[in-house]
Design a protein around this ligand. Sequence first.
Ligand SMILES: CC(C)(COP(=O)(O)OP(=O)(O)OC[C@H]1O[C@@H](n2cnc3c(N)ncnc32)[C@H](O)[C@@H]1OP(=O)(O)O)[C@@H](O)C(=O)NCCC(=O)NCCS
Length: 158
Amino acid sequence: MSAVLKGAAADLPSLLPMREGDLDEVMAIESVIYTHPWTRGNFGDSLRAGYECRTLRLGKALLGYFVLMAAAGEAHLLNLSIAGAYQRNGHGSALLHEAAALARGLGARSLFLEVRPSNRGAQALYTRFGFRRIAVRRGYYPAHSGREDALVLTLPLA
Ligand SMILES: CC(C)(COP(=O)(O)OP(=O)(O)OC[C@H]1O[C@@H](n2cnc3c(N)ncnc32)[C@H](O)[C@@H]1OP(=O)(O)O)[C@@H](O)C(=O)NCCC(=O)NCCS
């Protein structure tokens, strides 16, 4: 675990398992930062499916969270989110680092994710982290008018 996430001191964020009891706060963030947010059911299903779901907290404040699915030597980052008030402070990078380390520890050789072409901020984060684009899924996401493609990105973990 990276120094920033050890949470040993009161002013350092802690990485914690996401629980059902976190979902009110998770949804409060999710519904604000996405045009097409996940539903509470999506998070509940992820928890019940045993996906790796984590929250990042500073004291009681929920800064962000991720959902990672790892199986058969691959990992998929299904959700990575930082609350609006806490963005651009390195927390997204820290969560990404933790997700990649977790995936590697679970035996994944590659980490995959999808991102909207319109989401320039997230793309900047992923490119800086070393992800590269491998495919485009046409019309993958719902959008305000019709559908939006998904860029498929991957990061080698070996
Ligand atoms: C994308 C997201 C997770 C990034 O989290 P974050 O904590 O703000 O990211 P960081 O502070 O670690 O950013 C690291 C670097 O990524 C790039 N970056 C991050 N957000 C950016 C933005 N909005 N615009 C441009 N570059 C951005 C920058 O290079 C940044 O470094 P800098 O701040 O020194 O310039 C966060 O903005 C978010 O939750 N957005 C809404 C949900 C979302 O889009 N999730 C991803 C779906 S695929």
